[in-house]
Design a protein around this ligand. Structure first.
Ligand SMILES: Nc1ncnc2c1ncn2[C@@H]1O[C@H](COP(=O)(O)OP(=O)(O)O)[C@@H](O)[C@H]1O
Ligand SMILES: [Mg+2]
Length: 267
């Protein structure tokens, strides 16, 4: 078993709402993320998935508990944690190549010198453009790309930043079903080739089972971890994996659990 990379211990988070009722978003969340795992978090809308990811990203303060990476408290954003959001956060005035290169711009060695030379940056950018199948679009601007292509640029930039862990919040949520299926396969291939620790939020149970080594099921109100399911399917995986009886078994079990919670919340 790999070492723990990120440890979330008894994290509580309440949003103060002026003139309204405060929202108890996370109520004692414990989770260990180990090196090279692909952890997917599923749960009903509003159960605190984004809050949890933003806390690990260092973008959101919390009230009590501890969040550490390699034993050190996470107190803010850091280049060892790359974040990929649902809305393609690309710079519209930069080409695909420049958007990806930008991810490497601020990387420094321990002596403060840039991590990569200009030549290394060019080579890496080429490598990641190929990896996400965007060869030929290096000089295109985001406005000329489809949603799926934009999200592939965001993923390439995430990888180019060379973070230890990728934090992805419903990165395929805004895409049509076919593009989504394609990007799931791209991400799987990328992860199989260049394994990285991934924390991936989705409300799509099929997506979670297809991608993850472990699926974390969150319950709503108050946000807590209800159950963690080890996905026992071998890699490589692709869309055909969805026909595997083991896939179907995991999927039905998790879907049922999430749906029951959803019905309870609606009561
Ligand atoms: N800035 C905020 N102020 C007040 N309430 C918030 C804020 N952000 C999120 N919430 C509430 O916290 C809960 C968890 O939100 P979120 O983490 O976005 O859930 P999810 O990503 O699972 O849909 C929801 O009830 C949401 O309405
Ligand atoms: Mg969310």
């Amino acid at each position: 078993m790999s070492e723990t990379m990120i440890r979330i211990e008894d994290v509580h988070k309440e949003y103060k709402v002026e003139g309204g009722k405060d929202v108890n978003a996370l109520n004692g969340v414990d989770l260990d993320i180990r090196r090279n795992e692909f952890v997917c978090v599923v749960g009903p809308s509003g159960c605190g998935k984004t809050t949890l990811l933003n806390i690990v990203a260092g973008l959101e303060p919390f009230d009590s508990g501890r969040v550490t990476m390699h034993g050190e408290d996470i107190v803010g954003p850091g280049s060892e944690r790359g974040v990929i959001f649902q809305q393609y956060a690309l710079f519209p005035w930069m080409t695909v190549r420049k958007n990806i290169e930008y991810g490497m711009k601020f990387l420094k060695k321990s002596d403060g010198m840039p991590l990569y030379t200009k030549e290394e940056k060019t080579a890496k950018t080429k490598h990641y453009i190929e990896m996400v199948n965007l060869t030929g679009f290096e000089d295109s601007y985001p406005k000329a790309l489809s949603g799926g292509m934009k999200q592939r640029v965001a993923i390439a930039r995430g990888y180019a930043q060379n973070p230890e862990v990728l934090l992805m919040d419903e990165p395929f949520g805004a895409l049509d079903a076919q593009t989504r299926a394609q990007l799931q396969e791209d991400l799987l291939q990328t992860w199989e080739k260049e394994t990285k620790t991934v924390l991936f939020i989705t409300h799509d149970v099929d997506e979670a089972v297809l991608l993850a080594t472990r699926v974390v099921i969150m319950s709503a109100r108050p946000g807590q971890i209800k159950e963690i399911v080890d996905i026992t399917l071998a890699y490589p995986r692709n869309q055909a994996t969805k026909m595997d009886p083991v896939f179907i078994q995991h999927r039905n079990y998790i879907w049922d659990t999430v749906y029951k919670m959803y019905l309870e919340v609606r009561k």
